[in-house]
Design a protein around this ligand. Structure first.
Ligand code: SAM
Length: 289
């Protein structure tokens, strides 16, 4: 690729799109535009308008395109992940939040609607995407977040401190024992990939931290099972638990919850209609099994 001197923005983006497509990047045109906008900071609408004229390509564009062609995640290059209404700081050592997790946040928001000062905890918060969204969209909520990885915790701290979330460095299996039985909602997107199911995309396999991906055990279900046990410990009776998982794990998770202290177990589709989340309500003394 030309280094940008003299090349128009439009030509540089077209060339970058071809380079990214050849490298197997799934959305080459959008990524080419977003990388240009990362340097120009004009917004995609204005960028597209500028491509109709003879605006020159920004300096440093070819280097960013080469990095992306090496399948470094776009969000690691720009340093930002967009999630619901948030712009989260991300980089090496933290899981990039995914669009399907936005539906998990919506389940929580729908559930706490109308509740005064709901208490919510996010187990395995990563960048803080779930906890931060709930805190920013439900200003009355008291939100806690737990993260085990020191690197991810550092990213979460940056993202969550301005939103007033109580962030804890700890293991979801035994975190916050002093708050047992006090939460209205426990939400989690735990690691759940089976040990042998190494993801195909280099962005995931090489750049998402392994501790964010693999759930433990041949079926990946150790941490999801532990998250459910912690939810039963942290929730008040009648409290709501919602957890993300792979589509193929939906029936197993519903069965696992069915053998525990849970009622109203429901599986929820994501925006693509895939069963990617399960919720349940912690049974109280008045519930008959
Ligand atoms: C799939 S990522 C989800 C991150 C974030 N909640 C999201 O949805 O984008 C799982 C997160 O759980 C964290 N984690 C793994 N094991 C943990 C444990 N035992 N206790 C707490 N967090 C853990 C990982 O470091 C990672 O940040």
């Amino acid at each position: 690729m030309a280094t940008g001197q003299g090349q128009s923005l439009a030509d540089a983006v077209t060339e970058a799109t071809a380079i990214l497509r050849d490298a197997g990047v799934p959305s080459p045109r959008v990524d080419a535009e977003l990388l240009a906008d990362h340097l120009m900071k004009v917004g995609l609408g204005r960028l597209r308008a500028l491509m109709l004229g003879d605006t020159p390509a920004p300096a440093g564009y070819a280097e960013l395109v080469a990095e992306r062609a090496g399948r470094v995640p776009l969000q690691h290059i720009t340093g930002v992940a967009h999630f619901r209404y948030l712009e989260l700081a991300v980089g090496p050592g933290v899981f990039i939040p995914r669009p399907e997790t936005e539906s998990v946040v919506q389940l929580v928001i729908d559930h706490v609607q109308g509740m005064a000062g709901p208490r919510v905890v996010d187990l395995g918060t990563g960048s803080g995407a779930i906890a931060g969204s709930i805190a920013s969209e439900m200003p009355g909520a008291e939100v806690y977040a737990v993260e085990y990885s020191a690197l991810a915790h550092a990213w979460a701290s940056k993202n969550l401190a301005p939103l007033g979330v109580n962030l804890v460095l700890g293991d979801l299996r035994d975190a916050l024992p002093e708050l047992n039985g006090t939460f209205d909602v426990v939400v989690s997107n735990p690691p759940y990939i089976p040990a042998e199911a190494i993801p195909n995309e280099p962005e995931v396999a090489l750049h998402d931290p392994p501790e964010a991906l693999y759930g433990g055990g041949a079926d990946g279900m150790e941490l999801p099972t532990a998250a459910a046990a912690s939810a039963a410990r942290l929730l008040r009776p009648g409290g709501y638990f919602v957890m993300e998982h792979a589509e193929v794990q939906a029936a197993w998770i519903a069965g696992m919850l069915g053998r525990g202290p849970w009622t109203r177990i429901s599986t929820h589709p994501d925006l693509n209609g895939k069963e990617r989340a399960t919720s349940a309500v912690l049974a109280g003394p008045d519930d008959t099994e």
